[in-house]
Structures are given as structure tokens and as C-alpha cells.
Design a protein around this ligand. Sequence first.
Ligand SMILES: C[S@@+](CC[C@H](N)C(=O)[O-])C[C@H]1O[C@@H](n2cnc3c(N)ncnc32)[C@H](O)[C@@H]1O
Length: 276
Amino acid sequence: MAQTYHQLRLDLAAALALFLDPEEAHAECVLWFEEGLGLSRSWMVAHGTEQVPAEVRRRISGWVRRRKKGEPWAYILGSSAFRGRRFKVSPDTLIPRPETELLVEAALDVGHRLKVDRCVDVGTGSGIIAVSLALETDWQVSASDVSLGALATARENASTLGATVQFHEGHLLDPVPDPLGMVVANLPYVDPADQPTLQRELAFEPASALFAPDRGLALSDALLRQARARQAPACLLEIGAGQGGELCRRAMGMGWHKAMVHQDFAGHDRILIALM
Ligand SMILES: C[S@@+](CC[C@H](N)C(=O)[O-])C[C@H]1O[C@@H](n2cnc3c(N)ncnc32)[C@H](O)[C@@H]1O
């Protein structure tokens, strides 16, 4: 049956509302039109009464089928926005989170105050932190990850966005040569015990990008220890809600001179800053 773009949008919002809450369904509907079909609100005002080609209807039906099974929109689209730039994402990479923008802002602030000239992003995933810092500073930026698939996507993002980043494969700082400069990381910090209670969308993201032993603290602890032993001037970590107190105590016990925690918009511990 023939269908206009206006009708398609109403039908899509109704289809999404069958398995998403109404606010989320509305927001995704807008995103699907803008990011997925490339149709802006102003295009809709001018062309909303035109007929939708069958091929577009088929694409939308395919997306609805995948979304209904819980696959996040960013994986269906194949990209996600971060600090105003578009990054490719793949099943090997975490989807960028808005909280990670706070980590990049803290890194810019601390890096400028300490006058660093280099930094390393550990657990780079799609490369959002490394690429953002490389494009927004004149620092030499390097990055590491244990996942070859993630590194391939990060390299592609750096190249597409015109950022110069040295990528290394391996555990934490092991593959990164001295001098390190400032260390920045959004490593896995979810407690594996929380897995059964998590949103079903998370099952589509790599477990190796989400979970860490020792109630989610193991990799943050190991990186703070490595960075301190290798004389990094600062180590900034994205952390989980409620992890700040314990990680600060551990950092001070490792010989960091100062350790502080910043909260996110919801008031949860989110960024740990350890300074020499
Ligand atoms: C939470 S994701 C973050 C990705 C990206 N930095 C971001 O903010 O979207 C964590 C990343 O750390 C990587 N990772 C896990 N264990 C690691 C380790 N021991 N050494 C280096 N990277 C690791 C994962 O492969 C994943 O890409």
C-alpha cells in the first residue's frame, strides 16, 4: 500500500513504542529519520506528503526487526556521534557513551594545566578518546587495546577524521613505549555479578569491553599501578558509580600524591583523576 513519509513516521513511532518506552520510541524515530534515512525535519516539512519508495520501507522494516531483538541503533546504523564527530562502531567496539565526553573534558583540562605534550588512551575501542584528543590538542597521542577488531575500527576512525594516533595492540600500557605522558582510559568497569540485571541491549556489546573482575575494579587498579610505576604525570579513568572511594584509597596506597573523583550529571562517581 502507498505510504507518505508523514504516515511512515507515525507508523514507525507506533512500531517502536511496542517494545521501547514512549519517550525513547519518539527519540529513536527522529534519529532513524535523520541519521538512518538522512531526512531532516525541514526536509520532512517540505516533502512529508510524498510517497515513500518500497526500498525505503523495506530498509525500515529490517531495522525494526533487528531493534526489536534488542540490537542498539548505533550497531544497526554502524556509527555513533561523539563530541560532534561521527565514529564508526562495530560489534567489536563499545558504543560511545555521553559520560565519556566528561572524561575527554577532564583530560583536556588536566593536560593543559600540567602542560603535557603527549598522552595515551588505554582500551581505545572505537578510538573516540584518542581521536578527540588528537584533533583538539597538539599532543602526541597513542592508544592501546587488546582487541584487534576494535583497533581496526579505531584506525579507520582516525584515518577518516584526519587524526594522527599511534595504535598498539596489547594489555594496558605493556605495548606503549616510554615516555607515556598523561594516561587516559575508559576500561571495562562493570561488576560481572551485575550482568543478569543489565539492559538487554548490553548483550550486543563485547563482554570484554564491559566487565572486569574484582567487582569491576581489576583493570582500573592495574592501570593505576602501571601508570604510577612508569612515572605518568596523571592518570584519568572513567569509573563506575560507587567505585570512587575505593579506587582513590587504592591510588593513594600506590603512591599517587592526589586522587579525586568527579560525578556525572546524575550525581554518580564517573571520573577518577590521580596526580603525581
Ligand atoms: C569500555 S570499552 C571503552 C572503549 C572506548 N575507550 C570508549 O570509551 O568508548 C573498553 C575497551 O578496553 C579494551 N580492553 C579490555 N581489556 C583490556 C586490556 N587488558 N588492555 C587494553 N585494553 C583492554 C576493550 O577491548 C574495549 O575496547
